[in-house]
Design a protein around this ligand. Structure first.
Ligand SMILES: *[C@@H]1O[C@H](CO)[C@@H](O)[C@H](O)[C@H]1NC(C)=O
Ligand SMILES: *[C@@H]1O[C@H](CO)[C@@H](O)[C@H](O)[C@H]1NC(C)=O
Length: 391
């Protein structure tokens, strides 16, 4: 069901038929917000999408989900979607108008330029301000376009200005080699967007530099069309085999950014982080290991958000690939203050976190199962009440 055309198009159509006037004084405007942004109650592991079991879906079926709240209050979600090929794989766009309780597919981000498909690592972002000719409110998807034989990687950007129904190719940020996490190959991976200082920054993992098994870099743009050259964010000058990866970042109320990543190769993909007021200069920021007060060192695929709940500093909330528990820091990222809280959303590879704009005591946690082999992955979402968790 095309949610938005039903709501807006249906309404418009009715009005035009009913009035029959030659020139209506003013057309009704689309609603600026849905009635309520946040769900009215918490819920646990609500399944949004489960692929048909008998229809030739490729292992792991679904993976690596992402969800954001748009400024109109609706939620949109996407994920790696291993549907039978042909047709080439794409990122499905699902929308919820009731805080994540019910969902319907409203669009698809299909490869318009490579003939490869949109295969891995989608990331959703709504522009908080205009960038070039793209106005505030433009929805972006950046992801890894990869052919079926995994022989190449390319981080491409698509934009929607109609709530996620239709998508147009915008630009390409980086091209790399074979899509396997083997040192010596040259793929690019796992893009993440944030606007800073009137520029859009894309963080990602990069295997093209022969000095490092993998490193973390960023590129910037002020028009969404042309991108700066790469700047290193994390690299290990003493260990070629180190593979820092999967960068994510969020702004804290003291003006610092917390930047999280995994370190594979030398540290078992455990999570590390950096704190800096300048997200363009991560390379010189002090690095910390994330260790909980219970002694847990979470592993792989971090995600991070900040909520105002939890005292004067609010709370930094981190998800990892190894634990169902979330990791909460009420001390602006100070080492030694990471506390674990149990949540009903199962562990998954690369879960997403999202706080609701209307009520950031409510935290959404979305996951889509495990790396292959996995025949049971499905996309699901929990919403938890942070105060009720004890935060
Ligand atoms: C990081 O520190 C080094 C050594 O002090 C310096 O040469 C370099 O310019 C710094 N990088 C940035 C981006 O500031
Ligand atoms: C906020 O964080 C700072 C820095 O770690 C800490 O000194 C302070 O005690 C924290 N405030 C609260 C209310 O937790």
């Amino acid at each position: 069901m095309r949610v938005q055309s039903f709501l807006i198009g249906g309404f418009l159509g009715l009005l035009q038929v009913a009035s029959c006037s030659p020139t209506p004084k003013s057309l009704p405007q689309p609603p600026t917000r849905v009635e309520r942004t946040a769900p009215t109650s918490t819920f646990s592991n609500n399944v949004i999408f489960s692929p048909p079991s008998n229809a030739g879906w490729t292992d792991p079926r679904v993976l690596y989900s992402r969800v954001i709240e748009l400024s109109d209050g609706s939620l949109i979600a996407t994920w790696e979607n291993y549907s039978p090929e042909p047709p080439l794989v794409y990122y499905p766009i699902y929308k919820s108008l009731d805080g994540g309780v019910t969902w319907s597919e409203v669009g698809k981000v299909e490869d318009q330029v490579n003939g490869w498909g949109m295969r891995y690592q989608p990331f959703l972002y709504e522009l908080p301000q205009a960038i070039g000719n793209y106005p505030a409110g433009t929805i972006l998807v950046v992801g890894n376009s990869i052919p079926t034989d995994l022989s190449q990687t390319k981080i491409d950007v698509y934009a929607s200005t109609d709530g996620g129904e239709n998508w147009d190719f915008v630009s390409s940020i980086a091209s790399g080699g074979e899509a396997r996490p083997t040192n010596g190959l040259t793929p690019v991976w796992e893009p993440f967007f944030i606007v800073y200082n009137n520029q859009l920054i894309c963080y990602y993992a990069d295997q093209r530099d022969s000095s490092y098994g993998q490193k973390l870099v960023h590129q910037t743009t002020s028009n969404l069309l042309t991108w700066s050259s790469t700047v290193d964010d994390v690299h290990d000058t003493s260990n070629y085999i180190a593979r820092p990866g999967m960068p994510v970042l969020t702004l804290l109320p003291n003006g610092n950014y917390i930047y999280l990543y995994e370190v594979c190769g030398t540290d078992g993909c455990r999570l590390h982080y950096r704190l800096t007021s300048n997200p363009l200069n991560l390379i010189n920021a002090t690095a910390y290991s994330l260790v909980s007060t219970a002694g847990t060192r979470p592993v792989s695929s971090p995600f991070v958000v900040w909520s105002s709940v939890g005292g004067a500093n609010g709370s930094i909330i981190v998800s990892s690939g190894s634990q169902s528990n979330i990791f909460v820091n009420k001390n602006l990222g100070a080492s030694g203050y990471w506390v674990e809280y149990s949540v009903p959303q199962p562990r998954a590879y690369s879960r997403t976190l999202m706080t609701f704009k209307e009520d950031d005591n409510l935290l959404a946690i979305m996951g889509a199962g495990f790396l292959p082999p996995s025949s049971v992955n499905q996309v699901s979402l929990s919403v938890v009440d942070l105060t009720a968790l004890g935060i």
